[in-house]
Each structure stands twice: as structure tokens, then as C-alpha cells.
Design a protein around this ligand. Structure first.
Ligand code: URA
Length: 450
């Protein structure tokens, strides 16, 4: 078997019709053996990155059948160990539940959510990703806490989930290694927005982490990988149906990502906003979505009889201070310096800074995608796999979509990895803001449950 033949089979070929139009035709599904060959070669390094990247691009353009997506998920899942919290009949009464977002801008929900549900006695083994395309990554955010380790041995991860209620790790050489490799390549080769690739990426790590149930936050809108609600519904169905076929409980909320979530975008800035959320001072959209997803998880785990009671439990975890305590307990257990972290809140900012002021009076709308791309320019995400991210880069939104501003009002504080990145990011952010005389219609934050 040769990687080149597998790529060409998935790619198809161009033909010119009688009107002179060139069309891509003849792409065929890859077999289970071919997918296994590619994933094995990707994991052990025997197939070079350029061939894997070409195959990813062919999948991006030609898609995969439901069957191929299942094979891809299965091969990626078994590229490493699959954790089992119930081995030899252990933890019989516990239903381990996790949530995963398909990616957004300012989407720090996993961070307050894991602490809140753990404070409600839920067990959440959470395996997350790094920044992907224009979207932020939970692992990059956690790395901004001094000492915090997201690469933990499986035994430590399992112990922490059982004792503290949650632990947050990334793909490792042992767990979901194929996703670790493919995720990094997709980030920089323009191959992120693909239903089969997203499905296999998410499910391979989510099933490998050992959860019994999964709640998906499937984003739609300009700041999401799925731009329309109908595409988001297709992705949600792929995720929920494939999870159920693999023996997991699963549900999904389809949620709005047309404008950034919360007031802060950036690695440390989103850790800071997480603490604000857990202190009961979080932005309304972040809290609403966190409670909705938390309620899904608690009901799925059998810890609450219905959504209303589950939301009340989540709110109580915040008001009582238990969720913040849980967050700090987990941070310390994963090596993070909690004292330094709390000292830095509200103070830790990049020295490279500029500001954006309103150019006229009006109601504003802020486009999520452009904010995410500005974040990449500032150093929140990567342009090449080898790029480091900057913990202190990001954007503070002093006004949000739907707010009325006057000309000259401060709309955004912009922090970069260096001086050079500030102006191009500011120009992009300027174009992300539109002004209208009447208040823009607001789409619901939660569109639908699947
Ligand atoms: N989240 C993932 O883990 N993978 C994707 O491909 C997209 C979002």
C-alpha cells in the first residue's frame, strides 16, 4: 500500500466538460485498511507530514461517508490507550460525563463548567485541545497558569477525576496520539472545517478519555467552523449518532457563535474571566451557556431529575463559592500556582498594547471570526505548528454586540506578543465592528437541542 495512491483515490481528478468547465470527479471512499494505514503511518511517523496534509485536504474537499468517518474515528481512537474508569467493575454507580465544544472565539466555557459540575459531585474526565484555526484552545489557556501541567500520566488523570471530580489534559503520546498530530497539522493547513475530520478528532479523544456520556456544544455562525445552523445540525447529528453507536450517552446543544462569548479573548485573559464567572461576576452569555451545558451533564449523569433543578444546582455551586474552591483545588493538583494566579487577576497584561475607539455613534455588532483572526495575529493562536502562543495576548471588549456607543468611546483594549502585530490586528478589529441606528436583532444563544 502507498500513501500516494490513497491520497489520489480520495482526491479524484479534474475533467473538462464540453463547455470548457473544469470539474473535480471520481473521488472514491477510502477503505478501512487504507484509513488504518494512513493513521498508523501518521502516528508512528512513517508517513511524512506533507502526505498526511495532502490527504487531509482531499478529505476536506471530497468529504467522507458515515462509514469512512466511523473507521477514521475508530483508528484514531485506537492509535493509543483507551481509558476505562469501570475496569474490573470499579465505580459502578458513577456515570462519567464530559462536554466538548466544536470551537469558538472567547469560548472559555469548559473552564468554569468543569469546576461547577464537579462541585455538584459530577465526575468529568476532560481531554481538550489547543487553539485551532481562529478559535482558542483550552490547553493554551491552562498553560498560561504558572506550573499548570496538562500532560499527566493516565493513572494520575484517573485518580484526580475520582478524587477531585475533574482533571483537564491534552492528547498525549499514549492517549489519542493520532489526534495530537492531525489536530496540529489541520490547524495550519486550512483543513479544519470538515464534518468527518471534526467528528473523528473530537470523538477519538472523548472516547479515549473514558467518559460514559458526552454533551456537545456545536457552534454555528461566522466565528464557528460550521457557518449555518443546518451545517451545525449535520455535525451535531454525526457527533451524537456516532457516540451512541459507540455505546455512549450523548446529546448536543447548537449555539450561537456570531459574536465572541464573554468580554475577554486570550489565554490568560480567559482564565481571568473564568475566575470572575466562578466568583458570580461572569458575563451573562457565558453564565447562561455554562449553566445550560452543566444542566445537560448533571441530568445525563443521573445527578439531577430535570434541567431546572440541575440549573439551580449549578447556580448554587457558584453562589456558595464551592465551584471556585473546586477550580483552585484542581489547579493546585495539576501543579498550578494558585496564589500567583489570584494575585495576577486584573493585573497581568502584555506590555504591548493599543486601543480601539468607536468611530461613530450607534449600536454595534462585533464579528467573532475577525476577532479570532486578530487573536491569531496578536499571538493567542498559531500560524505555523512551531509557533509559540503568547499567554498575555488578547482582547478586552469594553462594549459588546447590541450596546450603544458614542463616537470616541473605548471599545477594545488590544494586547499583543510584540509591537509589530498591534496595528494589523487593530485594523482587522476595526473592520469587525459595524454600527447601526437601531439595535441589531439578537439571535438566541441556544438555537436547538439534538
Ligand atoms: N475540537 C476538536 O477537538 N477537534 C476539531 O476538529 C474541532 C474542534
Amino acid at each position: 500500500m502507498r500513501a500516494t495512491d490513497i491520497i489520489i483515490k480520495k482526491r479524484g481528478t479534474f475533467v473538462t466538460d464540453k463547455d470548457g468547465n473544469r470539474k473535480l470527479v471520481g473521488a472514491q471512499p477510502n477503505t478501512k485498511e487504507e484509513i488504518k494505514f494512513m493513521i498508523k503511518g501518521c502516528t508512528d511517523g512513517s508517513i511524512p507530514d506533507y502526505q498526511i496534509s495532502a490527504w487531509l485536504m482531499a478529505i476536506f474537499f471530497n468529504g467522507m461517508t458515515f462509514e469512512e468517518t466511523g473507521y477514521l474515528t475508530d483508528e484514531m481512537l485506537h492509535s493509543g490507550d483507551v481509558l476505562n474508569f469501570h475496569e474490573n467493575g470499579a465505580n459502578k454507580d458513577i456515570i462519567y460525563v464530559d462536554k466538548h465544544s466544536t470551537g469558538g472565539v472567547g469560548d472559555k466555557i469548559s473552564l468554569p463548567l468543569a469546576a461547577i459540575v464537579a462541585a455538584c459531585r459530577l465526575h468529568d474526565p476532560m481531554m481538550s485541545g489547543r487553539a485551532l484555526g481562529h478559535t482558542g484552545g483550552t490547553l493554551d489557556k491552562l498553560d498560561s497558569i504558572e506550573g499548570f501541567r496538562t500532560a499527566l500520566p493516565s493513572e494520575t488523570f484517573i485518580k484526580m477525576v475520582n478524587e477531585i471530580g475533574y482533571s483537564m489534559i491534552g492528547q498525549t503520546e499514549k492517549i489519542a496520539p493520532a489526534d495530537k498530530k492531525l489536530y496540529a497539522l489541520r490547524d495550519v493547513t486550512g483543513t479544519v472545517e470538515s464534518v468527518p475530520l471534526i467528528t473523528a478528532s473530537i470523538l477519538s479523544k472523548k472516547i479515549a478519555e473514558g467518559s460514559d456520556g458526552l454533551v456537545f456544544d456545536v457552534k454555528y455562525g461566522n466565528g464557528a467552523f460550521m457557518k449555518s445552523t443546518s451545517d451545525a445540525e449535520i455535525l451535531a447529528s454525526f457527533l451524537v449518532n456516532t457516540s451512541k453507536a459507540m455505546g455512549k450517552k450523548a446529546s448536543a446543544l447548537i449555539t450561537n457563535m456570531n459574536t465572541p462569548l464573554g468580554n475577554k479573548i486570550g489565554n490568560f485573559l480567559e482564565i481571568e474571566e473564568t475566575i470572575e464567572c466562578l466568583e458570580g461576576k461572569g458575563p451573562e452569555d457565558v453564565m447562561t451557556l455554562t449553566y445550560a451545558l452543566g444542566a445537560e451533564m448533571l441530568v445525563m449523569a443521573g445527578l439531577a431529575p430535570d434541567t431546572d433543578k440541575a440549573v439551580a444546582m449549578c447556580k448554587d455551586a457558584v453562589q456558595s463559592g464551592n465551584a471556585l474552591k473546586k477550580f483552585l483545588e484542581n489547579t493546585a493538583a495539576q501543579g498550578g500556582d494558585t496564589k500567583k494566579l489570584l494575585d495576577e487577576v486584573g493585573k497581568r497584561r502584555s506590555q504591548f498594547k493599543t486601543e480601539l475607539y468607536a468611530s461613530k455613534d450607534g449600536y454595534i455588532s462585533i464579528e467573532a471570526f475577525k476577532c479570532g483572526m486578530a487573536g491569531v495575529i496578536l499571538g493567542v493562536g498559531r500560524s505555523k505548528t512551531t509557533d509559540p502562543v503568547c499567554a498575555d495576548a488578547g482582547i478586552i471588549l469594553n462594549a459588546r454586540t447590541g450596546d450603544f456607543v458614542h463616537s470616541g468611546d473605548l471599545i477594545m483594549e488590544i494586547f499583543g506578543k510584540n509591537t509589530e502585530c498591534l496595528e494589523p490586528a487593530k485594523q482587522l478589529l476595526e473592520s469587525a465592528v459595524t454600527y447601526t441606528d437601531s439595535k441589531p436583532e439578537s439571535n438566541p444563544l441556544i438555537f436547538k437541542k439534538i
